[in-house]
Design a protein around this ligand. Structure first.
Ligand SMILES: Cc1cc2nc3c(=O)[nH]c(=O)nc-3n(C[C@H](O)[C@H](O)[C@H](O)COP(=O)(O)O)c2cc1C
Length: 190
């Protein structure tokens, strides 16, 4: 079923989620069950899967439950390898900024760190965790309200983000990813 889900729902954007625990230990992990679900107020959501084994809950979810805060960083071609490095299943004591070589920046409205190398960072406050299923492979949907957007200046023109400059990547099935360079336009019908 996992293979069907990740093969059929493509391409998926990637929320590169930075958090810290109650002692200030930093954490970073990618989540591609990710989208926006409200613009007024701005709310994003992503899903943390339930693991099988002794530690079913991912560090990201535990940190968000403990602190009520997180940052969603957008993944570009330039930081794809580092993003992938942070998906290693490591203990909660491991700082994935150090593991990946990415640079932490202090959040302005939240205590969670941001990824300096990411051109778009969304500081979020937890609104709700919806437990979809507690079974292994089940998920917890995490909804966060964006309280501050950081957008690299050169990406913006007339309030719009230029996808050519952003160079976001998306996830396909298995180890496969997509770039966002091949695009086309269609006008909506009136
Ligand atoms: C591109 C990519 C997308 C991923 N998407 C998800 C996802 O949507 N949900 C999930 O639970 N894990 C996903 N993972 C796996 C987590 O990143 C991985 O389990 C990570 O170790 C969790 O870290 P944490 O325990 O520090 O939170 C993804 C991994 C990669 C590389």
């Amino acid at each position: 079923m996992y293979k069907l889900m990740i093969g059929a729902i493509v391409p998926r954007p990637i929320a590169f989620v930075s958090t810290q625990d109650e002692h200030g230990v930093r954490n970073l992990a990618p989540f591609s069950y990710f989208t926006g679900c409200s613009t007024n107020p701005p709310v994003v959501c992503f899903c943390s899967a339930v693991r099988s084994g002794p530690e079913p809950q991912k560090d990201t979810l535990r940190n968000i439950r403990a602190t009520g805060e997180f940052v969603v960083n957008i993944v570009t071609e330039e930081i794809a390898e580092q993003m992938n490095a942070t998906s290693a299943e490591v203990g909660p004591e491991v700082d994935e900024f150090e593991l990946s070589g990415l640079t932490p920046l202090a959040g302005e409205r939240v205590a969670a760190p941001r990824v300096a190398e990411s051109p778009i960072q969304m500081e979020c406050r937890l609104r709700q965790v919806i437990e979809v299923s507690p079974l292994p492979g089940g998920g917890n949907l995490i909804l966060g309200q964006v309280v501050l957007f950081h957008i690299r200046e050169d990406l913006l023109e007339d309030g719009k983000i230029d996808p050519e400059k952003l160079r976001a990547i998306g996830r396909m099935g298995g180890p496969s990813y997509t770039r966002t360079r091949d695009r086309f336009e269609m006008q909506r019908p009136r």
